[in-house]
Design a protein around this ligand. Structure first.
Ligand code: PPS
Length: 312
């Protein structure tokens, strides 16, 4: 029998996962007040003791906010010209390791981050702000937080949990939506996550808070803002190359950015690069779901300075 933990490089996404011996789905538990699964808490002490460097760049998000998109933008900005072979041979999730992940039979994100040969190191995290290893703050590392509106985040997360066997079983859409509203998701409550990071931005100046909807509206403008935050000044030609490389269609077709090499994901259930739109929630939320969602949203999102768009 084929086993799910075969090395990513030998995995062929056309393999029939229904024939494989699949591990059980993980279950959520309360971890210091946040719902988590063991794959992200197992190495907790080692993650908390991670030694950040002043030139590290941490890309922080609640899941499904555009982490991969921004990771690839940064990777191309920094290394697209100097190490073009990286783009052709190393998947984005290895170029930008996921700090807290420790999946079976794969190197942990922390080990991959420790071994990154690049300067700066680009590192991804989904941790709520209170769980970020303290060395990032001590070293004054730059942090880019990407946020996406709650409704599209919920929809994207639902399909991700369907296709990724290392995520909890999502159940049907209405059950999942209720769980989302109650924060019963890996990495906890969307509401706490986006608010916690927004508050941090008020006191930590090396944090650039950006929105998925803005990227969709004008990716070039958002790249300019990122460059100004990072002190980069790419040539017009270089910027054009980056903007073109990171379109949804190009990233979906690119084996190094579409997660097709990850064995725990079944892209036939739902592709990782699924729709890439603002407003797909309208195809999922019924009116009967939307009304209580909006009511609950108003109660949880009281800070008038943090505003999300659900259409552009
Ligand atoms: S993860 O698993 O949390 O790291 O996922 P993440 O990368 O944060 O989010 C995945 C969603 O982002 C969409 N995406 C894009 N949209 C537009 N343009 C580009 N280039 C792009 N790259 C990734 C991806 O399609 C997922 O959203 P949905 O709505 O599911 O399509």
């Amino acid at each position: 029998m084929q086993h799910y933990s075969m090395t990513p490089s030998t995995f062929d996404q056309d393999l029939d996962m229904s024939q494989m011996e699949l591990p059980p789905r993980p279950t959520l538990f309360d971890f210091h007040g946040v719902s988590m699964i063991k794959h992200v808490t197992e190495n907790w002490d080692s993650i908390q003791n991670f030694k950040a460097r002043p030139d590290d760049i941490l890309i922080a998000t609640y899941p499904k906010a555009g982490t991969t998109w921004v990771s690839y933008i940064l990777d191309l900005l920094y290394f697209g010209q100097t190490f073009p072979e990286r783009q052709a041979s190393i998947p984005i999730h290895e170029r930008v390791p996921f700090l807290e992940i420790s999946a079976p039979s794969r190197p942990s994100g922390k080990d991959l981050a420790d071994q990154l040969p690049t300067t700066p190191r680009l590192i991804k995290t989904h941790l709520p702000v209170q769980f970020v290893p303290k060395s990032f703050w001590e070293q004054n590392s730059r942090i880019i937080y990407v946020a996406r509106n709650a409704k599209d985040s919920a929809v994207s997360y639902f399909h991700f949990n369907r296709m990724n066997i290392t995520q909890p079983e999502p159940g049907d859409w209405s059950t999942f939506l209720k769980d989302f509203m109650e924060g019963k998701m890996v990495f906890g409550s969307w509401y706490d996550h986006v608010n916690g990071w927004w508050e941090k931005k008020q006191t930590y100046s090396n944090l650039h808070y950006m929105f998925y909807e803005d990227l969709i509206e004008d990716c070039g403008r958002e790249i300019d803002r990122l460059c100004s935050f990072l002190g980069l000044s790419p040539s017009a030609e270089e910027k054009e190359r980056v903007t073109n490389g990171v379109t949804f269609d190009n990233m979906k077709a690119n084996k190094m950015t579409n997660y097709s090499s990850v064995p725990v994901m079944n892209h036939r259930v739902s592709p990782f690069m699924r729709k890439g739109k603002v407003g797909d929630w309208k195809n999922h939320f019924t009116v009967a779901q939307d009304e209580p969602f909006e009511e609950d949203y108003k109660q949880k999102m009281k800070n008038p300075t943090l505003k999300f768009r659900t259409e552009v």
